[in-house]
Design a protein around this ligand. Structure first.
Ligand SMILES: [Zn+2]
Length: 292
């Protein structure tokens, strides 16, 4: 075994799950748990040249079309509520400033933020997504490596909505977050939480493992420790309640159950009810602040 933890570099790791790319290729993967820092990570990690193949699916961008039918309508409605919630979480207590959205996709979040008068920059590797984003937002959209050219302490708020789990070079990325954040600036990270009820219930078929697109799998303890060691202190957590339904619905589809929508709705509801007590939501939003 020659695995290496993408955060601490430790080679001491234990297999945690054996699972498949249920979404696209049906290839086998494993998730390891680092015995030193506790991070869960996907093995094998596709090379930079190969990783694009795992995203080559219409599904990833098809949501932009105006489709008719119940699910697309519901999706649009939820998306619009979600965007408002995300805006409130990210900017709470701040009325204007500079915001960096890493993994901005087709620009949905930046579009919302720009309308409120914020100045934004987006990071997006996909050329297809970037093309769509450019037609909708004013923000400059750059590639990940171009972050290095931005000056220190550039942003009041940095957001990564379901992006950090996709990042190959975790150490570099967290370092950039710390560097680019202003003092007392905010770094907002939304990631799936495998300690949630739906995560524990669906196990290897939990849709939010989404290997090999998701390379890192966090829980509250590991992400808090990782960010603290990089100088970013956890201030509070929030949740994205709709994700429990969506992830449960996808997981039911992977189980090939009939009535996936109903079953998913039930598990999602149960997950959210349990999370009210445990704090383990299906999708967590961690709000960090840069230490002085
Ligand atoms: Zn580690």
């Amino acid at each position: 075994m020659n695995n290496k933890c993408p955060w601490c570099g430790s080679e001491k790791a234990q297999p945690n799950l054996q699972l498949k790319d249920e979404f696209l290729t049906k290839e086998d993967f494993r998730i390891f748990e680092c015995m030193d820092c506790g991070l869960l990570y996907t093995e094998p990690r596709p090379s930079k040249e190969k990783i694009g193949d795992y995203y080559k699916s219409e599904e990833y961008y098809s949501h932009q079309e105006n489709k008719s039918g119940f699910i697309p309508k519901l999706y649009e409605m939820v998306k619009s509520i979600n965007l408002k919630n995300k805006y409130n979480m990210a900017t709470a207590g701040k009325t204007e400033g500079k915001l960096l959205d890493i993994g901005c996709g087709v620009g949905d979040f930046i579009h919302t933020v720009e309308q409120k008068g914020w100045q934004c920059i987006g990071v997006e590797p996909s050329e297809d997504a970037k093309k769509i984003a450019k037609t909708r937002i004013k923000a400059k959209i750059i590639k990940s490596e171009e972050l290095e050219q931005l000056p220190n302490e550039s942003f009041d708020v940095i957001t990564m909505w379901h992006v950090l789990e996709h990042i190959d070079d975790l150490k570099w990325q967290v370092g950039q977050l710390q560097r680019l954040s202003k003092k007392n600036g905010r770094v907002v990270i939304a990631v799936p939480n495998y300690k949630s009820y739906d995560g524990q219930y669906y196990k290897e078929l939990w849709a939010a493992y989404d290997v090999p697109r998701h390379l890192n799998h966090f829980n509250k303890a590991t992400i808090t420790k990782i960010f603290a060691s990089a100088g970013l202190k956890l201030k509070r957590t929030e949740k994205l309640v709709w994700d429990a339904y969506y992830i449960s619905y996808m997981s039911e589809q992977y189980k090939h159950h009939s009535l996936a929508l109903l079953r998913g709705a039930f598990r999602g509801l149960l997950s959210n009810c349990k999370a009210r007590r445990s704090g383990e939501w299906s999708s967590m939003v961690y709000i960090f602040e840069k230490k002085e």
